[in-house]
Design a binder for this molecule. Structure first.
Ligand SMILES: NC(=O)c1ccc[n+]([C@@H]2O[C@H](COP(=O)([O-])OP(=O)(O)OC[C@H]3O[C@@H](n4cnc5c(N)ncnc54)[C@H](O)[C@@H]3O)[C@@H](O)[C@H]2O)c1
Length: 251
């Protein structure tokens, strides 16, 4: 079950952490993975890991905010993989301008980055891949979101949360528009991952201690959920946002 042989996945922001883990799991399930990142060396490093594990991958460095670059990368993937992208994982979502700060203290210059990356970065990728999925009569769109898009948190992530909430809404609408084309579109609302908690104990330390299952998320936890949503077996799941957070919030 949940094999992805013959499919071509694009994972954005896959040069490290969640995206890299997701790319590794999709490749282990048999997909050919186009590994995107803004930083080419990171994308290449993930490709190397996948190849060393016996999987198929190649790097496609580009900025998801550059619509022309996204379109041209989709064409490059079509050519290199011999078929178009049919699994899109919109993972790039942490903008370099993102700081954890109470909204009243946040410089207005820092408002746009997290919102634009999460909304327009993902919209650009959906735009560049949707027609190919429709032509194939099969596709999977998986949006990596965050609990911050679903619940209010007092940890200084209001504009980031606005970006996540906005893109989750877009994904729900897309799911309805293409449901008869064999395409599903879902979001995963992640809880606290091990890379973030290690990076900023002051902001997230108390949240980390409260995760009911007693540990933080790993990239492979997310990769497993993405592989499931990407699989044939998940074809009746669409338009959903699924919490994946060790029980930190329930629904
Ligand atoms: N880490 C967490 O605790 C956590 C929690 C909830 C949700 N998330 C979500 O998970 C996803 C991955 O988070 P992460 O912690 O692995 O991030 P990260 O910052 O460790 O890695 C993200 C990668 O995306 C790349 N990137 C940034 N901007 C890009 C752009 N414009 N185009 C292409 N690539 C770009 C970066 O170079 C980086 O390699 C994000 O959508 C984030 O919002 C993370």
């Amino acid at each position: 079950m949940f094999r992805l042989d013959g499919h071509v996945a694009l994972v954005t922001g896959a040069g490290q952490s969640v995206g890299a883990g997701t790319a590794r799991v999709l490749a282990a399930q048999g997909a050919t993975v186009a590994v995107n990142d803004l930083v080419a060396a990171r994308a290449e490093a993930t490709v190397k890991e996948i190849e060393q594990a016996g999987g198929q991958a190649f790097a496609v460095p580009f900025d998801v905010l550059d619509r022309d670059a996204v379109l041209s990368a989709a064409a490059t993937v079509r050519e290199r993989a011999g078929k178009p992208i049919d699994i899109l994982v919109n993972n790039a979502g942490i903008h370099s301008d993102m700081v954890a700060r109470q909204f009243r203290e946040l410089d207005p210059k820092l408002w746009r980055g997290p919102i634009e990356l999460n909304i327009f970065g993902s919209i650009n990728c959906v735009h560049a891949t949707l027609e190919d999925m429709i032509a194939a009569g099969w596709g999977r769109i998986i949006q990596i979101s965050s609990g911050a898009g679903r619940v209010g948190l007092n940890i200084g992530v209001a504009v980031y949360g606005a970006g996540k909430g906005g893109i989750e809404s877009f994904i729900r609408h897309i799911s309805q528009e293409v449901a008869r084309n064999g395409i599903t579109a879902n979001s995963l609302a992640l809880g606290l991952m091990n890379n973030t908690a290690n990076g900023d104990q002051k902001v997230t330390g108390h949240l980390a201690r409260q995760v009911p299952v007693g540990r933080l998320g790993t990239p492979e936890d997310i990769g497993a959920a993405v592989a499931f949503l990407a699989s044939e077996e998940a074809s009746w799941i669409t338009g959903q946002t699924i919490n994946i957070n060790g029980g930190a919030t329930t629904s």
